[in-house]
Ligand binder design. Structure first.
Ligand SMILES: Cc1cc2nc3c(=O)[nH]c(=O)nc-3n(C[C@H](O)[C@H](O)[C@H](O)COP(=O)(O)O)c2cc1C
Length: 170
């Protein structure tokens, strides 16, 4: 079994799923495993040392609907000792006032915010407001498959190398 559980929700258009798959590949074989939050359980969350949570943004600044149920599972789960990283999909051109807000909501609901790693620079993005921005940084990796798809691969590679250090995998 892998050490890292990647839990993603979203993907009407497939972007969050695609990003989650790219993360798995970037970590390399056997290290990370994928779960869709529409079917994942508390047991699934508790079996990993590290958690990566991914959501797209829907409505106006909401998480993907599949996360509405799973966020309660997450809050109840025994994850106090786990390091957690978050990634969010959004569209900074169409939704510049709520960019990657789904990621902001997941962070907001997390009981153990001190366990969060993987903070990411806001440089290179253009938007007015995001609930995912705290103290000048995103609370996790922000990806924009709608207006910056050409940057996704490089961002994922960099973030995974950052997480390897923060998870102390090397
Ligand atoms: C109805 C609708 C609402 C959206 N709302 C937001 C939003 O508030 N903020 C944002 O950054 N992106 C928003 N988006 C963009 C999606 O989050 C983005 O396209 C994402 O890549 C979709 O990923 P998915 O196909 O995995 O769900 C919205 C898209 C749609 C269609």
């Amino acid at each position: 079994m892998g050490k890292i559980g990647i839990f993603y929700g979203g993907s009407q258009k497939g972007s969050t799923y695609k990003a989650a798959q790219a993360l798995i590949n970037s970590f390399g074989k056997g290290l990370a495993e994928l779960h869709n939050v529409s079917t994942a359980s508390r047991k699934d969350l508790e079996k990993y040392e590290y958690l990566i949570l991914g959501t797209s943004a829907w409505g106006i600044g909401e998480m993907h609907q599949d996360w509405e149920r799973f966020i309660d599972v997450l809050v109840e789960a025994d994850i106090e000792k786990k390091k957690i990283a978050i990634f969010g999909l959004g569209d900074q051109i169409e939704y510049p006032e709520s960019f990657v807000d789904g990621m902001g909501t997941v962070f907001c609901r997390l009981p153990y915010k001190e366990n969060v790693v993987g903070y990411w620079s806001t440089k290179g993005y253009s938007y007015y407001f995001s609930t995912a921005e705290k103290d000048g940084k995103f609370v996790g990796l922000a990806l924009d498959e709608d207006s910056q798809p050409e940057l996704t691969e490089e961002r994922i590679t960099k973030w995974v190398s950052q997480l390897r250090k923060e998870f102390q995998l090397n």
